[in-house]
Design a protein around this ligand. Sequence first.
Ligand SMILES: *Cc1c(COP(=O)(O)O)cnc(C)c1O
Length: 396
Amino acid sequence: MANSLSIPTRPLPYGRQHITDADIAAVTAALQSDYLTQGPIVAEFEKQFAAYVGAQYAVAVSNGTAALHLCALALDVQPGQRVITTPLTFAASANCVRYCGGEVHFADIDPATGLIDLAKVRALLETRPKGYFTGLIPVDFAGLAVDLEAARTLADEFGLWVIEDSCHSPGGFFLDSQGREQQCGNGSFADLAIFSFHPVKHIATGEGGMITTNDERLFQRLLRLRTHGITRDPADLLREADGGWYMEMQELGYNYRLADLNCALGLSQLARADQGLARRRQLAARYDDAFAQTPGVTPLAPGRPGHAYHLYVIQIADRKGLYDFLKTRQIFAQVHYIPVHRMPYYEGLGWRAGDFPEAEKYYAHCLSIPLFPTLTDEEQDYVVASINEFSTRIKN
Ligand SMILES: *Cc1c(COP(=O)(O)O)cnc(C)c1O
């Protein structure tokens, strides 16, 4: 079997960008235009991205972390306020609360999906009086959408806002209680949703991010916070303008803008997003089939409708062994994630090993294997054969 396999001519990381001639032409055109930043391509990218996820408003920002920070600011997170998120995410999902002086709390994951367990969120909420917690940040981990309808019901019962961290799930959806597809980031249930355009994500702009919402007031606030807290909009001015140059800095904001150059790349990538997503799903289905015959290799949440497959995660007893073995084959798997509460910074805030046992158990055995739109069938077969070879060796 292994002999008939062709050995890939390039290293295989867990994720990588796909840049086409059309992308390069789009960026070149932006370079030759009048605006490198603060020009019309930003608004066009926002408009098309909002339409892609089915939201009313979108705000392009410098990266996904800036998107989270602006969301926390727009929702007025104050020092001492308590916000709940999942321990199984990139640290930025939690850090945005800390930027505003808030306290991060965690609810453990459902091991069948890797998503925050809403029953555990409810249990946590019920241990305290209403008003003790102010917000919830669920994450569409690996590309599988959180049931935001259920999250919203819970949030309303306890007076929480909701930020959906959709970095892994552009194009993903969940089925609501009526069986309708609810697109990640469509603003139907969460107050705000955020995306990242880092090159390992579905859509690459170099660095970049997006916030989507259906809330006009939050949208206006985000626009101002993104650019130093400054407004020029005559309708929003607190004082009378004394000339055409007049603008007001009304609150403390940041420079979290995304340049036209980046948005030009984003627009070009967005035009191909559905193709990339279809290929991710096709590759995931091929992995599902292949590993159905591999004892000791357990895919996370296979065959779920609406999965956007940012990551393809397998669970295996000897995770380190497989990681090291794949590296010798030029296959660069990755681990997503070391649980946030186990980071030295968060341990410094009082969290400990054992606090969230499901996330910790998951972490001990998870591995994200190559999944990106340009991965060929042959390259994928090589990944599968390498994993099979490792798992047979272990057994003998
Ligand atoms: C990538 C990512 C972020 C941060 O995005 P950046 O653009 O890298 O700042 C936040 N949350 C999750 C779940 C991510 O995967």
